[in-house]
Write a protein that binds this ligand. Sequence first.
Ligand SMILES: C[S@@+](CC[C@H](N)C(=O)[O-])C[C@H]1O[C@@H](n2cnc3c(N)ncnc32)[C@H](O)[C@@H]1O
Length: 238
Amino acid sequence: MFDGVAKGYDRTNSVMTLGFDRRWREWSRRVLDARAGEKVLDLAAGTAVSTVEYAASGAWCVAADFSIGMLLGGRHRDVPKVAADALRLPFADNAFDAVTVSFGLRNFNDTEAALREMARVVKPGGRLVVCEVSTPTFRPFRFVYMRYLLKILPFIGRFVSSNPEAYQYLAESMRTWPEQRALAEIVAKAGWEDVAWMNLTFGMVALHRATKPAESGEPAEATKPAEAAKPAQTLEGE
Ligand SMILES: C[S@@+](CC[C@H](N)C(=O)[O-])C[C@H]1O[C@@H](n2cnc3c(N)ncnc32)[C@H](O)[C@@H]1O
């Protein structure tokens, strides 16, 4: 399916999100806070549009995705690209300082298993940042969004995408995806600690971040025991 939407993917994305995708990527970059000398895995990177954004920090960033078509769609982007399945990553344990996934987690067959696999390849104390569609927090808007906006997505897809059926799937997966707190609990269950999230654009998108526990089993330095016990907390949002 993703090979089928690869042609013109970046343009379709910008049209469908009314250009907000740029702001969401900008926020992901800020929260990820990659630094020169770090190794960052951008998982389900698609055309590597986010990967170049993270690489601008000077960190070494690799784009991994299981759709060769999507990776080829980003062939003009000068970052290393690897064909890889999120559930069986071809990387050693503790290889990265941080792992990030934008608009990809929702597509994995087993969310928790993928989060565990991401934890495997990140160093103890390393970071996770997930940017994903979520549930609008303002009730009247949530009603309109769930009831009407998600229904018109497949129609817009007919005009702007090379694979309109994929937009039927997109709308369905957005409707059934867990809301902010539920996702934070899945992240914590998969072995990450210090889980927090931040709402973007009224909660239509949420950024979740977490840390891999330090090797000793002790909480990472900045984590207060009382906070570690909580499954999730809200960061200051937009
Ligand atoms: C909606 S696109 C997001 C692409 C990019 N991260 C972005 O922000 O534009 C979702 C991506 O997830 C990838 N994907 C889905 N399941 C995957 C898996 N099991 N392993 C690796 N990539 C996967 C798809 O190939 C697709 O490129």
